[in-house]
Design a protein around this ligand. Structure first.
Ligand code: 5GP
Length: 178
C-alpha cells in the first residue's frame, strides 16, 4: 500500500485563526494569575502546542511539559494500547493541567492518559484537541477545547504523520491510499 497527499482540509490561515481563538478562550477561562501546565503529547501535538502557547498573554503563568505515548505505529488503525515512552519532567500534583493532543479519534489514547494523569492528583485537568473525529469515538472523552470537528478520513500535516511522513506540512491534508 502506498499513500499520496490529497486535498487540503484545513489551510494554515484557518488553523492559525482558530488557534488564536482557542488560546484566548483558555486564557479567559483560566485566569492569568492561576498558572497552567500545558502537557503536550508528542510528537504530533508539539506543533499545535507551540503555536497555541505563543498566543497566550505574556503575563499568564504558562508552563510546558511533554509526554510521549504510543498509539498507532505505522498503520492507520488504533491498537487502543497506550505505552509511555517519555514521562513528564515535573510533578503535576496540585497544578492546573491542560492536556494538548493533536487529534481524538476512538478516544482510547486520551481516556487512558486522562486516567493516568488524574492519578497524579492535579488541581484540575482539562483537555484541548486540535481535531476531533467524533464519528469514530469508542469511549467517551470530555474534551474542553476543540479546534475542528472533522470527518472520518485520515489526515496529515501540522504535526500529524503517516508512517512518520508529512508532519512538517503547514496545511492539514487528506491522505489517499493506493
Ligand atoms: P485514538 O486513541 O483517539 O483512537 O487515537 C488518537 C491518536 O491516533 C492520535 O494521537 C493520532 O496519533 C492518531 N490518529 C487518529 N486519527 C488520525 C489521522 O487522521 N491522522 C493521523 N496522522 N493520526 C491519526
Amino acid at each position: 500500500m502506498s499513500y499520496r497527499l490529497g486535498e487540503v482540509i484545513l489551510s494554515r490561515e484557518t488553523i492559525s485563526r482558530r488557534v488564536k481563538e482557542m488560546a484566548a478562550e483558555i486564557a479567559n477561562d483560566n485566569g492569568r494569575d492561576k498558572g497552567i501546565v500545558v502537557v503536550g503529547i508528542l510528537t504530533g501535538a508539539a506543533f499545535f502546542l507551540t503555536d497555541l502557547v505563543r498566543e497566550m498573554p505574556e503575563d499568564m503563568d504558562v508552563r510546558v511539559d511533554f509526554m510521549s505515548v504510543a498509539s498507532y505505529g505505522d498503520n492507520t488503525t488504533s491498537s487502543g494500547v497506550v505505552r509511555i515512552f517519555h514521562d513528564l519532567k515535573s510533578s503535576i500534583e496540585g497544578k492546573n493541567v491542560l492536556v494538548v493532543e493533536d487529534i481524538v479519534d476512538s478516544g482510547l489514547t486520551l481516556s487512558h492518559l486522562i486516567e493516568l494523569l488524574n492519578g497524579r492528583h492535579p488541581a484540575s485537568l482539562k483537555v484541548c484537541v486540535l481535531l476531533d473525529k467524533y464519528e469514530r469515538r469508542k469511549t467517551e472523552v470530555n474534551v474542553d477545547y476543540c479546534g475542528f470537528r472533522i470527518p472520518d478520513k485520515f489526515v496529515v500535516g501540522y504535526g500529524l504523520d503517516c508512517a512518520g511522513m508529512w508532519r512538517h506540512l503547514k496545511d492539514i491534508k487528506y491522505v489517499i491510499e493506493e
